[in-house]
Design a protein around this ligand. Structure first.
Ligand SMILES: Cc1cc2nc3c(=O)[nH]c(=O)nc-3n(C[C@H](O)[C@H](O)[C@H](O)COP(=O)(O)OP(=O)(O)OC[C@H]3O[C@@H](n4cnc5c(N)ncnc54)[C@H](O)[C@@H]3O)c2cc1C
Ligand code: FES
Ligand code: FES
Length: 1283
């Protein structure tokens, strides 16, 4: 059992969250404290509860988020500051982040910013964009935080603020650090004295026997070796960061586990003449600390290897993993992408192996085969010697994300020269990621012996490495050309580094350095208003404090019902097949299993879907990648084990359609095919000076809400009534689809949503699949049923953002003015229609982004494939449509040799122009956003600086881009219900759901202003279908507009009803009036509908109520040799009308922007040609981490831009900012253009999204890429396909 399961399920401490179960998200972070007898002190470490075996915690103290503070009691400053600095949105990541920082402060109460960044390497947040968390926590460092009184808002009339032209600019902090509780380290909870025992000298082997595993913890080396003889197949476990993953995800079972964590010989560190010897159980954190100390004391020439190990450790996993993972665990896993093994091999590290009565010293060698070492079953690794000096030594790691990511290619390199010369005497080049084991480039090394370190050697080395470091085009992991090129590029970096050291003269094109910069992002907001009016104020998210203390209740935090069962889904493993048989006999005989549920158990209809019923709840006959059957058991562990024992046999069918290209080949499209057209295309192309054609593919995106999909269904026992607690954006849709499957009227089903740990569109329609299955099971068994999907299940079954492929033909004038555009979009919808047609429609509505084009035609094909159905995701097709628009815009500029910003500005809409769907643009603020963005970002100076930089640097290049957005806001339906109680308190309910965006906070602000009472009198408990029925999903950014209007109207009606009582008692107060009033409740429903009646056939009507505008400017730097990039600067100016709450709005801008950064530069879903999803968790699928935010980030809300179409002149904010991250994509493209110029290349080129290191490197063509040409397409089966 893991510590996390024990905390949540046995102790009911649900503050610690489950986000991934694989050490990749940090939601489960707790602090572990251990007494260290040899140091006579207690050490505190952050660790991942999801990987820590409970048995390993003997004599440890565990501190969880509940243990350090509470809202009702006393908050800990760490909890208070993240909440007050607006660093908690959905709050699901917050307890983990709180505990990471808490553990740091327990060891170091005045950390540096670098320490804080290091502490967060293992924590992810999908909502905030990280900036507010760092800014809030910066207050713990000695450096004071930035002044948060940034840019300012002039309030409009409806804010009832006296406008004075000279004083319209008033400083307004988002929060006041002076209000923060001070940190007093003397007040921390003490380490339990009873745990201060000498753990290293206890005498006996401890044993714990579980249901399937015997855990033995020997106290001495002799006992360990004896046990290893007795149980040669026993698995050694130290940090459990490998074994834990194998058992959970690879279904491996180790019946006997030996835990050598407390054996003194495996924990000692010895400084010898040759180097430092580390016991195999020493943690990586300890390894780093000891090496750092040695580097500080010893001369540089002795510590090159140590520095290289430290460099690898800096990017090795997150701190929570490094705190427990052992050096021996890394070596003995023998992973081909181990970060340490290549360094240890190139450095000639020595291992001491032991078995009973035998000891063996040997150099670390490549493994025998994939993850197979030379160790015999009886042997253990005792220690490893890391030697002093190698004259020149370096290590490199290239991964998709810089922080906490596994390597694509990793390397250790060492060279020694003959005395007094630069003639190679010894050379060792080791690579990880190029074969099933770590490999040494032996041929290249021997070929270079005796050669002079110079250009000739470099050329020899490169051609030799290109020959030696080959990969089959179908090699697992893919990226074959890139990986091969990296072997050369990394050697070139090493070559340059050595050159630099050899000659002190400047070498043109220094080896690029990737030292992390300390982030000091800032935010700007606008403000200035009177005290009692909360609208427009940066009011803290109402649940933020509870989220920071772990008291906020999410769906899976609901205590277990006494007779509750757990459900586990079994999905089809074939993309296109018929089911021949489902054998559940073995599964049903396993411990704890109650039954299985099949399609035939569905009492109502098995057909489901949010708009058209074209999918099954449980597969009946023909399957694509969908849910087939489910297992119910008493616990999650039992259900999941049984699920693995269900056997399904299939008859495979053809064709298997996975990619958009497959769908085009087979003409597999959902109908209708949408077209929007305006002007005369033929005439436009005739008139154009130039015509160009191009294409682009844009990958999909996983929502990666930190809280996966979860439902608890409770049958009520009469009349078919059922209550469901669901994490969904769409209570009404869940209600109707559950009722449909159960065969009962909707009135019997109540859906309750307290809060979600993020949604982003992923819980709009796809969450209903799980809720329906859980409800069917609960109905069948007449017992409560719960299921929270594991991260891998969630990523597999719930779909994500649609991948898009676009083809375009653009006609343009010499000036850059675009006069004709024909664009065709194809989206990969997956196996059902879901919301794909509406998503394609929005892509078409945004096909021209912010540009006025007289003659235009866009056509959209929704491709039907066998992948799980894709669905809504923040932006809803807009980010795909607009990215392809910016691609042709960039091509136009490139082909004319004009600055892209000039061409963009020239084509931008002006007031009164019409969109392709004939909507007139009024109140357009694009030009103002653009001008302000250029000014704030110092665009001209920045551009000049970049030109100089690029002239001076060959192997790193900088790029700059400014990109506008225009995002249409359309309205759906909403409602609100307000109760006023006789004590004056108000209970508010509305149709929207709280998923972190602060909707409830804004609604309380609206009600507070409307009723004229303090916000503290207003409370929102949850969203439920029995309070506000028939609402639309919380989506499309319009929830504040809609629900705000409904709340406003409901409150106005109540005020109207109170009027007579106020008139009767004009001197009375709120409580006096309401206590005498006879009518306390009002239900107000508001009905607005999608697209306001736009007709595609006639191109008439009005799809959008209004538009949100914004502009972003970004600067990046790319490493042309590895394809890495760093985000240097971003300025965003965005029009949110008169912001209801600038803190929440800035949070949405930053969070949306960072999700866009993930979409366009990082996040890549990888599928096999058969449709198998490889990227099923944070280990393989990388969302932006703390280190990915721009070093310098400025967000400004446009001043004086009231919106007359929404509540209190505000504007929607959820989706529009996401696309602004395209500025980063095009800044990268700009930098690639500079790199390509060095190789004599110019003009348009194709860069697909996301701009990953692989794509960037491959686009920066040079002499190294030429040595590693890609294999001829069609001659091999790739490992992964572009879907
Ligand atoms: C989220 C996450 C991120 C990661 N990131 C990285 C990364 O960036 N780079 C990287 O290289 N790895 C990474 N890993 C892999 C892993 O963390 C490391 O390999 C780690 O060093 C393993 O140590 P451990 O103590 O946890 O091993 P365990 O899981 O306890 O054991 C691993 C293996 O080593 C064997 N073993 C342990 N000690 C001995 C011994 N004394 N004698 C013989 N056999 C022994 C065990 O039997 C087992 O087979 C990551 C893992 C996770 C979960
Ligand atoms: S749940 Fe433990 S790291 Fe994600
Ligand atoms: S607030 Fe961090 S994941 Fe939602």
């Amino acid at each position: 059992m893991t510590l996390l399961t024990y905390l949540r399920r046995k102790l009911g401490l649900t503050g610690t969250k489950l986000g991934c179960a694989e050490g990749g998200c940090g939601a489960c972070t707790v602090m572990l404290s251990k007494y260290q007898p040899h140091l006579s002190k207690v050490l505190h470490h952050s660790v991942n509860g999801c990987l820590a075996p409970l048995c390993s915690l003997h004599h440890c103290a565990v501190t969880t988020v509940e243990g350090i503070g509470s809202v009702a009691g006393k908050l800990h400053p760490v909890q208070e500051r993240i909440a007050k600095s607006h660093g908690s949105q959905c709050g699901f990541c917050t307890p983990g982040i709180v505990m990471s920082l808490y553990a740091l402060l327990r060891n170091n109460p005045t950390p540096r910013m670098a320490d804080i960044e290091e502490a967060f390497q293992g924590n992810l947040c999908r909502c905030t964009g990280y900036r507010p968390i760092l800014e809030g926590y910066k207050t713990f460092t000695k450096v004071r935080p930035h002044n948060h009184t940034l840019s300012i808002l002039r309030m409009s009339k409806d804010h009832r603020l006296p406008l004075s032209s000279s004083t319209s600019v008033l400083p307004a902090p988002l929060y006041n650090p002076a209000d923060f509780l001070p940190l007093d380290p003397t007040q921390e909870i003490i380490f339990p004295p009873e745990l201060m025992v000498d753990t290293l000298t206890h005498q006996h082997t401890r044993g714990f026997r579980g249901e399937r595993v015997l855990w033995l913890q020997p106290a001495s080396l002799d006992q360990l070796l004896e046990l290893k003889t007795q149980y040669p197949n026993a698995k050694m476990v130290v940090g459990n960061t490998e074994v834990g993953i194998e058992m959970k995800f690879k279904n491996l079972l180790y019946p006997v586990i030996l835990a050598p964590g407390y054996i003194p010989e495996l924990n000692t560190i010895q400084h010898t003449d040759e180097g430092i010897v580390f016991g195999a159980s020493c943690s990586l954190t300890l390894l780093g600390d000891v090496l750092k100390a040695a580097v500080g004391k010893l001369p540089l020439y002795q510590t090159e290897v140590f520095n290289a190990v430290l460099e690898q450790l800096r990017w090795f996993a997150g701190l929570q993993i490094r705190n427990v993972a052992a050096i021996g665990g890394n070596i003995m896993t023998a992973s081909p992408i181990s970060d340490l093994n290549p360094v240890f091999m190139a450095a000639g590290c020595k291992l001491t192996l032991m078995s009973k009565g035998k000891s063996l010293l040997l150099s670390l060698q490549p493994g025998l085969s994939y993850r197979k070492t030379i160790l015999t079953p009886e042997e253990v690794l005792l220690c490893v010697l890391i030697p002093y000096t190698k004259k020149h030594f370096a290590a490199y790691k290239q991964s998709p994300r810089r922080e906490d990511d596994i390597s694509i290619v990793t390397s250790g390199m060492s060279v020694t020269f003959a005395e007094g010369s630069t003639v190679v005497k010894h050379l060792a080049l080791s690579y990880g990621g190029m074969a099933a084991t770590t490999v040494m480039a032996k041929n290249t090394a021997s070929r270079l012996l005796g050669k002079q370190w110079g250009e000739e050697l470099l050329q020899d080395a490169c051609s030799s490495l290109a020959e030696e470091m080959t990969l089959h085009p179908s090699a697992p992991g893919g990226m074959v050309t890139y990986r091969r090129t990296l072997t050369l590029s990394l050697f070139y970096k090493f070559y340059l580094t050595v050159q630099q050291k050899l000659a002190s003269e400047r070498i043109w094109g220094n080896a690029p350095e990737w030292k992390p910069k300390h982030l000091c992002p800032t935010a700007r907001l606008q403000n200035g208003q009177k005290e009692e009016d909360v609208v427009g104020r940066p009011m803290m998210h109402l649940s933020a404090l509870k989220q920071a203390t772990g008291e906020a209740v999410y769906c899976d935090d609901i205590p277990l019902y006494e007779n509750e069962l757990y459900l586990c889904l079994i999905t089809s493993t074939k993309a296109h097949a018929t089911i021949q048989s489902i054998d559940t006999a073995e599964a049903e005989s396993m411990p704890g299993v109650v039954t299985c549920v099949f399609a035939k158990d569905i009492p109502g209809s098995n057909m489901t879907g949010p708009i058209v019923y074209d999918e099954t709840v449980l597969a009946d006959d023909t399957v694509s990648l969908c849910v087939c059957v489910c297992v119910l058991a008493d616990t999650q562990a039992h259900a999941q084990r049984a699920a693995k024992a269900v056997r399904i046999t299939y008859q495979e069918l053809q064709p298997v359609i996975i990619t958009i290209q497959d769908a085009i080949t087979h003409q597999s499209f959902f109908q209708p095919v949408r077209t929007i057209q305006r002007g005369d295309l033929d005439q436009g192309f005739t008139q154009a000076d130039h015509i160009l054609e191009g294409e682009m593919h844009m990958g999909g995106q996983e929502h990666f809400y930190l809280e996966t999909n979860v439902t608890v269904a409770v049958p009520k026992g009469e009349d078919g009534e059922m209550e469901l607690f669901v994490s969904t954006q769409s209570a009404t849709k869940t209600q109707s689809l559950v009722a449909k499957a159960l065969g009962v009227p909707a009135s019997r089903v109540v859906i309750r949503v307290k809060r979600m740990g993020g949604g982003f569109g992923g819980k709009e329609s796809r969450s209903t699949t799980l809720s329906t299955v859980v409800a069917v099971a609960a109905q069948k068994l007449k017992r409560p049923v719960r299921c929270m999907l594991d991260r891998d299940e969630d990523m597999l079954v719930t779909g994500g953002r649609h991948p898009f492929y676009g083809r375009y033909k653009v006609g343009f004038m010499k000036s850059g003015k675009v006069v004709a555009l024909e664009v065709t979009y194809y989206s990969n919808a997956g196996n059902s229609m879901d919301l794909s047609l509406s998503i394609m429609e929005r892509a078409l509505f945004h096909m021209e982004n912010s540009y006025s084009i007289a003659n235009i035609r866009g056509r959209g094909y929704v491709c039907k494939t066998h992948l799980p159905s894709n669905t809504a995701f923040r932006g809803f097709g807009g980010p795909q449509g607009m990215l392809i628009a910016e691609s042709w815009m960039s091509d136009v500029a490139l082909s004319l040799g004009l600055p892209a910003e000039q061409v963009r500005r020239l084509n931008m809409y002006i007031q009164g122009e019409r969109t392709p769907y004939s909507q007139i643009l009024d109140h357009i603020t694009l030009d103002r956003c653009w001008d302000q963005c250029l000014e704030i970002s110092s665009f001209t100076q920045r551009r000049a600086g970049i030109e100089t930089y690029n002239r001076d640097h060959r192997w790193t290049k900088r790029g700059l881009s400014v990109v506008p957005t225009k995002f249409g806001i359309s309205f759906t339906a909403a409602g609100a219900l307000a109760h006023i109680y006789t004590d004056g308190s108000v209970l508010l309910t509305h149709g929207g759901t709280e998923m972190g965006q602060g909707l409830n906070t804004k609604m309380v602000q609206v009600a507070s202003r409307t009723l004229g009472i303090p916000s503290s009198k207003i409370h929102i408990t949850e969203t439920s279908t029995n309070t506000v029925p028939n609402t639309s999903p919380t989506a499309a950014s319009a929830s504040s507009d809609l629900n705000g209007a409904a709340v406003h109207n409901a409150c106005e009606i109540l005020l109207h009803r109170l009027e007579p009582y106020k008139t009767k008692n004009p001197k009375g107060c709120w409580e006096d009036w309401v206590s005498t009033c006879q009518s306390y409740t009002v239900l107000f429903l508001i009905g607005w509908y999608h697209y306001l009646g736009y007709d595609f056939e006639t191109n008439t009507g009005r799809p959008f109520n209004y538009f949100s505008y914004g502009v972003a400017c970004s600067e990046v730097e790319i490493d042309c040799l590895t394809g890495s990039h760093k985000n240097i600067h971003t300025s965003i100016v965005i029009d949110v009308g008169n912001s209801l709450n600038p803190a929440l709005d800035i949070g949405q801008v930053e969070g949306g922007f960072m999700q866009g950064v993930g979409l366009y530069t990082l996040e890549e879903l990888k599928y096999s040609p058969e449709g198998y999803l490889f990227t099923r968790g944070p280990g393989m699928y990388k969302i932006p981490a703390f280190g990915d935010i721009p070093t310098d980030l400025t967000v400004s809300l446009l001043r004086d831009a009231p919106n007359d179409k929404a509540i209190f002149s505000s504007k929607a904010i959820g989706e529009p900012p996401l696309f602004l991250a395209a500025s980063v994509f095009f800044a990268i493209k700009d930098a690639i253009i500079a790199a390509r110029k060095e190789s004599g290349l110019s003009g348009p080129f194709r860069l697909d999204s996301p701009a990953t290191p692989e794509r960037i490197r491959n686009a920066c063509e040079d002499r190294f890429t030429k040595l590693c040409p890609p294999a001829e397409p069609g001659t091999f089966t790739p490992w992964a396909v572009v879907v």
